[in-house]
Design a protein around this ligand. Sequence first.
Ligand code: GTP
Ligand code: MG
Length: 554
Amino acid sequence: QRPLCRLLSCPGTVAAALGREEQSSGSAETGSEDRTPKKRFSEVQKERREQAQRTVLIHCPNKISEKKFLKYLSQHGSINNHFFYESFGLYAVVEFSQKESVASLQNVTRTPSLGTEAAIPFRSRYFNLKLKTPLNQTSEQPSVQCGTQSSPSSKKLFELLCCAESVDDQLNTLLREFQLTEENTKLRYLTCSLIEDVAAAYFPDCTVRPFGSSVNSFGKLGCDLDMFLDLDEIEKFSTHKASGNFLMEFQVKNVPSERIATQKILSVVGECLDHFGPGCVGVQKILNARCPLVRFSHQASGFQCDLTTNNRIALKSSELLYMYGALDSRVRALVFSIRCWARAHSLTSSIPGAWITNFSLTVMVIFFLQRRSPPILPTLDYLKTLADAEDKCIIEGHNCTFVRDFNKIKPSGNAETLELLLKEFFEYFGNFAFNKNSINIRQGREQNKPESSPLHIQNPFETSLNISKNVSQSQLQKFVDLARESAWILHQEDKDRLSPSNHQPWGLAALLLPSVANNMSLAKKKKKPASERIKNLLESIKSSSTENSTATNG
Ligand code: GTP
Ligand code: MG
């Protein structure tokens, strides 16, 4: 019933509305299928990690013959897979079939002599390829097919949304355009693997694992890369060595607390990255945050990276979200749209503060889907009852057990459309009793709030914590106002469905535009006395610096 392409020209406001970090001129070729994952999380992690260890990153000259390039590299072994991408230069990601090929390539690679500057020799898997004779002096034509690692331009997205056939189609389109591509995912695992090589200078058996939206299936192109330095593997090696009445322990340095140990470890790894991590720039050690971290940019991949250590619970949360994302194909589509909607209206931000986080939003969507009748998603407690001995997982005294085999979970009998769910989501949270209730995905029902934070979302594993403790009353109010307004827009559209004469953006596209409520609240704000505005400002500063606020980003 929707007129096709009701609106093809895109108002410039959408660019700002989507608030994406990077604007791309081209579009990422994401493929058309919804890549809803079905494999077990641990299997995916293992496979990707192993793949990344056989992979190298090469900065290439702008003009290069792909054929010759591959022929040259094949001297070191067969190549499974490769792709090129552009990010302030041309890069190639090349995956060999065997790990030995990487060593073979490293053996014929030299450390550059830099004239007046000196190089710190570090044999990484990040190379620089030079041509002895520049290609443009030869007759050969360079033939490299090159993708970008960024999301589609707002203009293109807006056109796609307006041309969609239904709101359901719009939500699926947004998912398809923004989800991480196969290449981008490979690049994320490769980046972690390259960082692991640097951290291994101190901790030879360490593992650097990605977590958060890079792996939980809710990552949007351009999202940050959360990784953690896992030293537990080292522990595992030694547990098997006890025999008879003897028990061997390493002589170690003791420090007063786990937190101090974490800070010391991250401090030296941060130094390593800064001093000899190829491509790691802007290294900041943020060691006093609740969850200490090292933040840096990985220039070649363009990722903003947050490195933490001892973050097993966060990895388990990522696994849980991955599981929920894979259980029903509507979950990811809805989460992506809500995340984009929130970003478009500045409800979320890349800067830590008193605003809601993407993690909290995702948990809210999961909760909402648990509340449908019949439920679309099971509760975490139910997933725990399905777990067997192998699934058992206790981290730092917290029971993080849930079933990991998808086959044990019955699909939902609920057949509601995405359009209905989107509308109901806004209505549900537009009218939620945030003042007295807490959101709890473990039980799948509202609980009385145990403390007075404006928004209370129980941490699924550390159940005494609130994952949205940082959110101020004014930010929560803004969320509620926008949710109500969005429900109203969709409701109005229902009524207008048979008279689509107005050439206006519709459905999801209309929701992503700067809103009336926004303008109204701006107008309201203007009328507020200065003392109240200052109070609000102080409130947000206070909550952004609260120790308990944003667990990972500090
Ligand atoms: P984006 O980076 O915004 O795309 O989403 P993200 O899910 O990666 O969020 P973020 O980078 O802020 O955090 C990374 C991961 O840390 C999340 O996916 C969670 O697993 C975990 N995390 C973030 N915030 C909290 C919090 O407040 N409490 C707990 N327990 N875990 C958190
Ligand atoms: Mg993240």
